[in-house]
Design a protein around this ligand. Structure first.
Ligand SMILES: Cc1cc2nc3c(=O)[nH]c(=O)nc-3n(C[C@H](O)[C@H](O)[C@H](O)COP(=O)(O)OP(=O)(O)OC[C@H]3O[C@@H](n4cnc5c(N)ncnc54)[C@H](O)[C@@H]3O)c2cc1C
Length: 397
């Protein structure tokens, strides 16, 4: 297993360019976005123009061709500035473009992947239903065969980008009885398709810049060209997407942890109590040290997993069984640790800020609300632990 963590000069240059862009175009608007709870349409448009919605996609399909490592660099930088923007990019890229790249036919790549990677179209991913969350194979949205196409009926919930997306990757049941083993199919549904509409959008604790939408499907008629991957193999499509998503979630958490640590460090050096900067007190130094340990450890985990995915490539037919299982385990480990460490680091940073950390409108207060979801979406941490333990029990360490 190769362990090489150095970034190339191109990757470092990309990081610098992204950082400068985000400081200029996104950071100044984040507090207002959080307060208004509006989708940050203007900054998303600018990010699309920069190519940031197609970072891991090959240039042949309109992307920047920077792979998963480049993509994680992007998410880490976005995570330093705002979790909502990270979730919007993640839902589009990890959960939208990556399954299109892995499972799309050439026609589907031309029709859906290329405009999405160029930033002309926004994607979303829809697996969850009212009765199917952690038990994600128990899909009840029905896909019935009609002629050479399909008719879809059902209700999906909690779809990030669901209100704004031009196209949604929807998992539906071609056979409810079969469940994840042959009974779920992935469909590409465009906004404006008759019978397909956005329902309620949730009010949330955090991630105020993202929509979390219900999608209603009332006899939505689709041609066979809307099926992504094989009929009955939609669960593989979804899990492949989530393997990418869980690593990029880790990258965004890593960025959020650095911002929280930096803020705590600066605050502690400038806040004087008992005649000394509070950074002089050992209780504060220990908290800062704990932050650094988690940040350093997570950085290795994230880029190790991302580099592994880059080496594997995007063609599922070329993945061996062991390699696929290892990829899934690595992404579950990253997702679990990143979300839990991010919560701890941000909580400790808030504590160092004292009462100020609890005041609405400060970056650390927003981060505290935003970070809680990381333990829940893209598979809860309980489910990630099941994945890790089952892999240990079958394959060993
Ligand atoms: C802001 C937000 C954005 C989201 N974005 C998307 C999206 O873009 N697309 C999408 O498809 N979904 C999305 N989701 C849905 C999200 O992935 C689910 O909420 C999550 O998978 C958990 O499902 P659930 O809410 O139904 O909880 P449940 O599955 O009902 O779980 C409730 C609790 O029981 C635990 N539990 C369940 N089963 C087990 C078990 N076997 N062993 C131990 N514990 C168990 C869970 O871990 C959890 O603690 C989003 C959710 C939110 C809140």
């Amino acid at each position: 297993m190769p362990f090489d963590f150095s970034f190339t000069p191109e990757q470092e240059a990309f990081r610098s360019a992204v950082r400068a862009f985000l400081e200029r175009e996104v950071a100044p608007n984040v507090a207002a976005m959080d307060e208004s709870e509006e989708f940050p349409a203007a900054s998303v448009k600018k990010m699309q123009a920069e190519g940031y919605f197609g970072v891991p996609v090959p240039e042949a399909y309109g992307g920047l061709g920077l792979g998963k490592v480049g993509y994680c660099l992007l998410l880490e930088e976005i995570g330093r500035v705002d979790a909502s923007h990270a979730a919007i990019v993640g839902a589009h890229s990890s959960l939208g473009t990556s399954p299109l790249l892995s499972y799309g036919t050439e026609e589907q790549k031309q029709r859906w992947l290329t405009p999405a990677a160029r930033g002309e179209k926004l994607l979303a991913f829809s697996l969850t239903e009212p009765g199917s969350g952690s038990d994600s194979g128990a899909v009840h949205t029905l896909a019935e065969k009609s002629g050479d196409g399909w008719t879809l009926t059902g209700t999906k919930i909690y779809v990030t980008n669901g209100r704004e997306a031009d196209t949604v990757l929807v998992m539906a049941a071609n056979d409810v009885k079969l469940g994840p083993n042959g009974g779920v199919t992935a469909f590409l549904i465009d906004k404006g398709t008759p019978g397909f509409r956005v329902g309620r959008c949730e009010k949330k604790m955090g991630l105020h810049g993202t929509s979390t939408a219900e999608l209603l499907l009332d006899r939505v008629a689709l041609g066979p060209e809307h099926v992504l991957g094989q009929v009955g193999k939609g669960f593989h499509v979804a899990m492949t997407a989530l393997d990418v998503g869980r690593v990029s979630l880790g990258a965004a958490a890593l960025g959020g942890m650095q911002a929280a640590c930096r803020s705590a460090t600066e605050f502690s050096q400038n806040r004087t109590q008992f005649g000394l900067p509070i950074s002089e007190f050992e209780a504060i130094q220990f908290k800062l040290a704990d932050m650094v340990m988690r940040i350093d450890a997570l950085r290795y985990l994230v880029y190790h997993a991302a580099a592994h995915q880059d080496r594997m490539g995007s063609e599922p037919a070329q993945w061996g069984r062991q390699e696929r299982q290892q990829k899934t385990r690595e992404s579950a480990v990253v997702k679990c640790l990143a979300s839990e460490w991010a919560k701890e680091v941000i909580d400790q940073s808030l504590q160092i800020h004292g009462g100020l950390g609890y005041i609405r409108g400060t970056a650390i207060e927003r981060a505290y609300r935003d970070t809680r979801i990381l333990e829940i979406f893209e598979g809860t941490n309980e489910i990630q632990r099941l994945v890790i333990a089952r892999d240990l029990l079958t394959r060993g360490l």
